[in-house]
Ligand binder design. Structure first.
Ligand SMILES: Nc1ncnc2c1ncn2[C@@H]1O[C@H](COP(=O)(O)OP(=O)(O)O)[C@@H](O)[C@H]1O
Ligand SMILES: [Mg+2]
Length: 271
């Protein structure tokens, strides 16, 4: 069973703090939802965990099964079992979807294992069918000219074939019509197992009705300010986030950016 541990993570970009001390543990079999107003650092968290080079880790550790990921490259993290379905999937002109997924699956094989191409083709076709994706998408360039919904399904297609142990799905529901949302929800739910820890970043209850979370976290100003169960989703759906301004004693969710302070790590206490 995989375990992802995020310990006191402080992250900056261009010397401005974006994540301000995140602590989170995700175990295989668990589904976590991260909610929160725009611009509070949800996508940044997913990108940092995956190893985006733009972000600087000022403090803290990311551990997968006890192994420190901080210094690992994106592909090493992917081979270690992490996956990110991006909020805005990237287009890769000149590379077909088929070659892209095949290369990714090949890269995840253990040394000495070889890709059995016939088996791979069948698995790809099955996954595309389950996601109700047209078969032609395999031979088109990755995400180029795909509709918003096709791009999101394509992220799930990759996830089905790569079989990660910890997966972040960043607004996988944005841009999906009702039918596509149901299909994505069913496919992700079918993947739930003790071997998969899921982190869903979303604004909407409708996704979480379909992929039911065990824990709900609210992120504000780069911090997880509240953790609870599904009652939080209903409250956010009914009331938005303004009640948190009162609770936290703040006027705005997006604060003026703070510069990184020297000795940041030393001054933050581990939760
Ligand atoms: N690469 C970047 N360069 C500059 N600012 C960034 C970058 N990535 C994120 N930010 C800033 O960090 C904050 C959090 O962004 P983001 O993580 O995308 O928020 P969310 O996903 O919660 O809406 C925003 O103010 C955003 O402008
Ligand atoms: Mg985002």
């Amino acid at each position: 069973m995989a375990i992802l541990e995020i310990k006191n993570l402080i992250v900056s970009v261009e010397d401005q703090v974006i994540l301000d001390g995140i602590n989170l543990v995700v175990r295989g079999g668990e589904t976590h939802a991260i909610m929160g107003p725009n611009g509070t650092g949800k996508s940044t968290l997913a990108q940092v965990i995956m190893g985006h080079p733009k972000y600087h880790i000022d403090c803290g550790e990311i551990l997968l099964d006890g192994i420190r990921l901080n210094e690992m490259s994106v592909d090493e993290r992917s081979r270690a079992g992490l996956f990110l379905a991006m909020q805005n999937p990237t287009e890769v002109p000149g590379v077909t979807n088929f070659d892209f997924v095949k290369t990714a699956v090949q890269a995840h094989l253990l040394s000495g294992q070889h890709l059995r191409i016939g088996k791979f083709i069948l698995a790809l076709e099955d996954a595309a069918k389950e996601l109700k994706m047209g078969s032609g998408l395999a031979h088109r360039y990755v995400n180029e000219g795909f509709s918003g919904g096709e791009k999101k399904r394509n992220e799930i297609l990759q996830m089905k074939l790569i079989k990660p142990s910890i997966a972040f799905l960043d607004e996988i529901d944005s841009g999906l019509d009702v039918d596509a949302l149901r299909i994505v929800g069913e496919n992700v739910t079918a993947m739930k197992s003790p071997d998969l820890g899921l982190i869903l970043i979303t604004h909407y209850q409708r996704l979480l009705d379909s992929i039911v979370p065990d824990f709900v976290h609210i992120m504000i100003r780069g911090k997880i300010v509240k953790t609870g169960g599904r009652e939080l989703i209903a409250k956010i759906d009914a009331e938005g986030y303004d009640w948190l301004k009162v609770e936290l004693g703040i006027d705005e969710f997006v604060e003026k950016k703070k510069p990184v302070s020297l000795g940041t790590c030393a001054t933050k206490s581990l939760k």
